[in-house]
Write a protein that binds this ligand. Structure first.
Ligand code: NAD
Ligand code: WQD
Length: 343
């Protein structure tokens, strides 16, 4: 079976993807510098799969160390590149750190892949590249216009997509699949791996589960005066395990040489928009726990409403986000309870 290199593989989406790859029989080498994850995640992966992935504590910007990985594993057939810094607010405060980490690591990776004749890359992009689509482009298809990024983080995703396109133009052997994720949430049903936010969570779901667990006083719902049915913002919340499975499909497509174009783009979402208040109410209903919340003012830079048109991923990739919202929210809560037990 083929070996896949997963950068950022001890992170949230990377760990779930490593599980799905291994369960499909792939050999996996994880590279992560543990800047936003813990080495213990490997125990969780091993407990689920019954086998431990190969692991290297390496920074993707470190050319020599990355080169060594490709020398050690000459059977690498494709790379899934998750490794990146991802906190939007932090990127506004530390733009240079974000440009260096997110752009430098991709350049290094592409150089080394070429050196070792590994020409398949799956890249973690984001719906953030679309900004607020106009009515005509909702739900958002892959052909919706890319808008000026609202943060250095978002800009790194746009620049990375361009770097991949430019390199593919120059090197006709390079194949890339750019996966634009909407809002990944939830945890593995085993509750052995999940999201491990650093400090105060900025994203909705970890804030919800930590508040329900009593770790935070109350959830602040950022605005109920948007032009949406209940006034709160709308997103396309996609289950992280469904998202992980899309990566397996993308890798298969590349390795089987089925890609129609050298660089393909897929939006990964459910096709269903949910408001913040719908998430809050469903979470309370599913878990039966108390979730204190208060409506406060809008958060600067928030998009009003965005959700995916996943038709291309459904039809071309043969993938569909199938998990019901209630199950996803239950998995997030189970993971939070598991974390509390571990303490
Ligand atoms: P995460 O922080 O949990 O995982 C990223 C991993 O990369 C971490 O384990 C971190 O330690 C590692 N890392 C960072 N820089 C590195 C470097 N230079 N070398 C080696 N390892 C490095 O984040 P995630 O939520 O799993 O996101 C994975 C990818 O998906 C990122 O590229 C992110 O931008 C993208 N993405 C995430 C979301 C989201 O909402 N979670 C949405 C769209 C896109
Ligand atoms: C979701 C909704 C908030 C927290 C961010 C990045 C984006 C992408 C995904 C990577 C919004 C509301 C949130 C809270 C709230 N990441 N909210 N109270 O803003 O869609 O996107 O993560 O690429 O680039 O910007 O996700 O989870 O922060 O917010 O009311 O305490 O929940 O206003 O409507 P967002 P989020």
């Amino acid at each position: 079976m083929s070996r896949i290199l997963v950068t950022g593989g001890t992170g949230y989406i990377g760990s779930h993807t490593t599980v799905e790859l291994m369960q499909q029989g792939y050999d996996v080498t994880v590279v992560d510098n543990l800047s936003n994850s813990s080495v213990d995640v490997l125990d969780g992966i091993e407990a689920i799969v019954g086998k431990r992935p190969q692991f290297a504590n390496v920074d993707c910007n470190d050319y020599n160390a990355m080169d060594k990985i490709f020398c050690t594993y000459p059977d690498i057939k494709a790379v899934i590149h998750f490794a990146a810094s991802k906190a939007v607010g932090e990127s506004v405060e530390k733009p240079l750190m974000y440009y260096r980490n997110n752009i430098g690591s991709l350049i290094t990776l592409l150089e080394i892949m070429k050196q070792h004749d590994v020409r398949n890359i799956v890249f973690s992009s984001s719906c953030t590249v679309y900004g607020q689509p106009d009515d005509e482009h909702l739900p958002v298809g892959e052909d919706a216009p890319i808008q000026k990024a609202l943060s250095p983080y978002g800009n790194t995703k746009q620049i990375n997509e361009e770097i991949i396109r430019d390199e593919a133009h120059a090197d006709s052997n390079l194949h890339a699949i750019l996966l634009r994720y909407f809002n990944p949430i939830g945890a593995h049903p085993s509750a052995l791996i999940g999201e491990l936010p650093n400090g105060v969570p900025q994203n909705l779901l970890p804030f919800v589960t930590q508040t329900a667990a009593g770790l935070r006083k109350e959830l602040k719902v950022f605005g109920d005066d948007y032009n949406t049915p209940d006034g709160s913002c709308i997103r396309d919340y996609i289950y992280v395990v469904d998202l992980a499975k899309a990566h397996v499909k993308a890798v298969e497509r590349m390795l089987e040489g089925k890609a129609d174009e050298q660089v393909e783009v897929f939006n990964l979402g459910t096709g269903r928009g949910l408001s913040v208040l719908e998430i809050v109410r469903t979470f309370i209903d599913v878990t039966g726990v108390n979730l204190p919340y208060q409506i406060v003012g809008r958060r600067e830079g928030d998009i009003e409403q965005v959700w995916a048109n996943p038709k291309k991923a459904n039809e071309v990739l043969g993938w569909r986000a199938e998990t019901p919202t209630r199950d996803i929210l239950a998995s997030a809560w189970k993971w939070q309870c598991h974390l509390a037990e571990k303490k």
